[in-house]
Design a protein around this ligand. Structure first.
Ligand SMILES: [Zn+2]
Length: 552
């Protein structure tokens, strides 16, 4: 399986502060299924105490995870409580509810799957005869209010078929859930029901549940074992076992070339194609995906970055990506070659990116509009983490490394209601690095977008070598024996080189390249093109002596 599209992110939500309804207020939701014209919908009733002014603003689902107009799935919004009326505003996601001062308001609405985007359809509510799956952001209407202070929220699941599983970020098979948490957490959660198989693993007091549906070629034992290994290694890293409940949802995409996921409160969701038991590469990719999403449990959720959205993606995504791979290496889910290969791919993506010298502000502006910009914080942050790890080790003579900085930042966030800012990063880093260096590095490499040059991090086993930019990832193609990393628009691409073609051999003729491949129909083909001179990419290459040893 080739994962051509791998998109993994965690969305940050802006912290807003409104006090339109009293903070001691609670929200009561009941949800029940109903079939209409052969199509299942979920009916929601919401009760809350209205403001003392007699007008309360409510927010419908709007934009999340690259999806817009999420209110299109909401229908028949109306009031049940007496003397209550809903007024539209100029913004379709914002309504005004008029009611008697301080009265309890009851609203009802219906959610139906309507819009199905070609890709990433799972970021809109899925409501089908056999099951439902949705994120809180796409489903719940909430009163506009301070969304980071905890409030009481009750959630009742009524009249679902007896054989349906029900699970969400807050519990499993519970018909009435009484929660006390911020609205932002309630929304940043996943909710499933229907023909999901619920697997249980983990330890007695820290159980982990996996809600999975669909037909798979692999054994669920292998999946649960992998999940346990990843989760245990992260909890050990953070020295944090405060997880009385944890949920992972696994949704089949039906597309073997695509995987993705989202980190959530005490849970995460992944979207994957089928995996074969035999293909170890598939399992390494899955280990990476699980590790990335699970690392967000801390970097993004237990440590929530301060706004504006996107300004710290280089940290929440880039450092998460760094540790996703590093912790998998430490727990032996991948070997050193896999680890180096992943780093080489990151470096490659960074160097060939058309936006790699863009300032950080460009990420804030265009993260959702431009694929290259979306990838930038992952690769830039990763290389920055690699660099800081080396710097901390050098400056402290090996006494500390980046792990110590991460733990120091976690301590700071815990003292600050689980949030952190750029200043917290600077302060935590200054325990291990001179503060001037910290500020200078952040300014140059993160905010101004100067190129980060990798250094020789891997002692004598791997040396850093500058290779010509030849429009595809040669080292990875040789290692996988199939072409990978072809850059669209490059001379290689124009000459007909494509990801997935079988690699046979390669000749470097100084100014040109000749590659022999088998095309997708198995026909041999020679592809040649001129090099794009003057552009080089650093890659870690196994030293000759060791390479020979490996080939023996
Ligand atoms: Zn992520």
């Amino acid at each position: 399986m080739i994962f051509q599209i791998i998109k993994v992110f965690f969305l940050l939500f802006a912290i807003v502060s409104f006090s339109l309804i009293a903070q001691e207020s609670s929200l009561e939701y009941t949800i029940h299924p109903q079939e209409e014209n052969g199509k299942l919908s979920l009916f929601v009733s919401l009760k809350f105490q209205g403001s003392d002014e007699g007008v309360t603003e409510i927010l419908l689902p709007s934009s999340w995870a690259g999806q817009d107009e999420l209110y299109l799935e909401i229908e028949n919004l109306h009031c049940i409580s007496p003397q209550t009326a809903i007024e539209d505003t100029e913004e379709p996601e914002l309504k005004k509810v008029h009611h008697s001062p301080n009265e309890v308001v009851q609203l009802c609405y219906q959610v139906t799957s309507k819009v199905k985007p070609e890709v990433e359809w799972y970021y809109r509510p899925i409501i089908e005869d056999s099951h439902f799956f949705f994120f809180g952001h796409c489903f719940f209407i909430v009163p506009k209010m301070d969304d980071i202070s905890p409030i009481s929220i009750s959630l009742e699941w009524q009249n679902f078929p007896g054989d349906w599983s029900l699970a969400n970020s807050f519990g499993n098979q519970i018909q009435k859930q009484d929660l006390f948490l911020p609205i932002s957490t309630f929304l940043h959660a996943v909710y499933v029901g229907g023909d999901f198989q619920i697997l249980k693993c983990g330890k007695e007091y820290t159980p982990i549940f996996i809600a999975i549906r669909g037909d798979w070629s692999f054994s669920t034992e292998r999946l649960t074992h992998l999940v346990e290994t990843v989760i245990e290694s992260h909890r050990e890293f953070w020295n944090d076992n405060d997880f009385p409940y944890y949920l992972i949802t696994v949704i089949p995409t039906g597309d073997d070339h695509h995987m993705g996921g989202t980190g959530l409160f005490h849970s995460f969701s992944i979207f994957i194609g089928d995996l074969s038991e035999e293909n170890e590469d598939d399992w390494k990719w899955l280990a990476w995906l699980l590790s990335h999403e699970h690392f967000h449990t801390w970097n993004g959720i237990k440590m929530m970055s301060s706004p504006p959205e996107g300004s710290l993606f280089w940290f929440t995504e880039g450092f998460t990506e760094y540790y996703a791979v590093k912790l998998n290496y430490r727990s032996k889910l991948i070997n050193l070659d896999d680890y180096i290969e992943h780093i080489n791919t990151i470096i490659y993506d960074y160097y060939v990116s058309s936006v790699h010298n863009e300032p950080n502000q460009r990420i804030q502006k265009d993260f959702w509009n431009d694929w290259d910009v979306q990838r930038l914080p992952y690769v830039r942050g990763f290389l920055f983490a690699l660099d800081w790890n080396q710097k901390i080790q050098n400056i402290t003579s090996g006494q500390y490394n980046l792990d110590n900085f991460m733990l120091a930042l976690f301590d700071r966030a815990q003292e600050n209601l689980g949030t952190f800012s750029l200043e917290d990063i600077e302060q935590a880093a200054s325990i291990f690095l001179p503060i001037d260096l910290v500020k200078e590095d952040l300014k140059n490499y993160i905010f101004d977008g100067a190129t980060i040059f990798p250094k020789n991090h891997f002692d004598e086993s791997y040396s850093l070598t500058w290779i010509d930019d030849i429009g595809f990832n040669l080292l990875q193609s040789i290692s996988k024996q199939k072409i990978e990393g072809v850059k669209k628009g490059s001379r290689a691409f124009e000459a007909g080189l494509r990801n997935g073609q079988k690699y046979i051999n390669y000749q470097d003729r100084r100014e040109s390249i000749v590659i022999n491949i088998l095309d997708t129909k198995g026909n041999p083909r020679e592809i040649s093109y001129l090099k794009e001179m003057g552009r080089n990419i650093p890659q870690y290459v196994l030293q000759q002596a060791q390479l020979e040893e490996k080939l023996l």
